[in-house]
Design a protein around this ligand. Structure first.
Ligand code: ATR
Length: 288
């Protein structure tokens, strides 16, 4: 059972947490606790259910209880950015905070999701982001926005942002174009299947950041005609999805989001404990 702000003081030894809602099924404790234990750090990592609008309260409460920091997940990543005293350039560019450290003088925030995405794409698909051609479907959400901003920062050649609500993709393209004038950016609504298929054909890496795939009967966010054997498909969902099935059928390489979870977690751990090497323990805890 996850903890709540009301009973957090009873969580003996807790010094780190992941906050979100819902949070009961978070895999983060499963990977962080073995890394803490292996490093000989006397701290427990817990899941903490926090209602929307209560991120600042949660930070204050954890700080009062002597917490080292926390991870932040859906739906709190934007509120966390607002609730920090200081955020670094990465969090500012990605527009969200997923990792927080309670220093004695300030609450500091960063974002390790982009790094986790890049490491996962390298490891599971063998692709590097600089110079890459990328299509992101679901660019209207927080995860899509962060991954899009990371791709632009890392100097992809072409970035196509597709979204059910086209206006959200257009807004993001306009924002990224100002900061990254050298990236070839395009926005598109997912209902224009012909254009979507032709833009997808010009990209090597296709990324799903929609929530489609969380439920077993969810359809693929991309029509099957979009997928070819020369595509590499990265689905940020942690389990097999209709998109991954369709990609496999089309002969494309594909990977799910579990390695992204791992690598963002490794970077978060190092933000709290610089100089540590938690990857092997976290990988065992998460992937077995
Ligand atoms: P998060 O912030 O966690 O990424 P979100 O804000 O719910 O989650 O965003 C989810 C993304 O998935 C959005 O891009 C959303 O598209 P809209 O901007 O049009 O809402 C997309 N999405 C969610 N459900 C979808 C569906 N049934 N079909 C297509 N896209 C969907």
């Amino acid at each position: 059972m996850p903890h709540t702000l009301a009973n957090l003081h009873q969580a003996r030894g807790a010094k780190l947490a992941v906050i979100g809602q819902p949070i009961a099924h978070s895999l983060s404790p499963r990977m962080h606790q073995p890394a803490l234990d292996e490093a000989g750090i006397d701290a427990r990592y817990v899941a903490l259910e926090v209602d929307p609008g209560h991120v600042a309260d949660a930070f204050a409460r954890m700080r009062a209880l002597g917490f080292i920091g926390c991870n932040v997940t859906v739906p709190h990543k934007f509120d966390a950015l607002e609730a920090c005293d200081e955020i670094d350039d990465t969090a500012r560019d990605l527009g969200a905070v997923n990792t927080v450290r309670f220093d004695s003088d300030a609450i500091r925030g960063t974002n390790t999701d982009g790094y986790g995405f890049e490491m996962a794409v390298e490891e599971s698909l063998g692709l590097e982001l600089p110079g890459q051609t990328v299509l992101i479907v679901g660019a209207g959400g927080g995860a899509g926005g962060a991954i899009a901003a990371h791709c632009a920062r890392r100097g992809v050649k072409r970035l196509v942002l597709a979204n059910r609500t086209e206006a959200k993709a257009e807004t993001l393209v306009a924002r990224l174009r100002k900061r990254h004038p050298r990236v070839d950016l395009a926005a598109i609504g997912t209902d224009d299947e012909t254009l979507l298929t032709s833009l997808a054909a010009g990209c090597r890496l296709l990324v799903n950041t929609t929530s489609l795939g969380l439920r077993e009967d969810d359809p693929s966010p991309l029509p099957p005609g979009c997928l070819h054997e020369n595509h590499a498909v990265f689905d940020t969902i942690y389990k097999p999805t209709a998109l991954m099935n369709a990609a496999t059928k089309a002969g494309a390489r594909c990977a799910n989001g579990s390695l992204m979870l791992l690598h963002q977690g490794v970077a978060a751990f190092r933000y709290w404990f610089p100089g540590t090497d938690p990857e092997a323990a976290m990988r065992r805890g998460l992937l077995g």
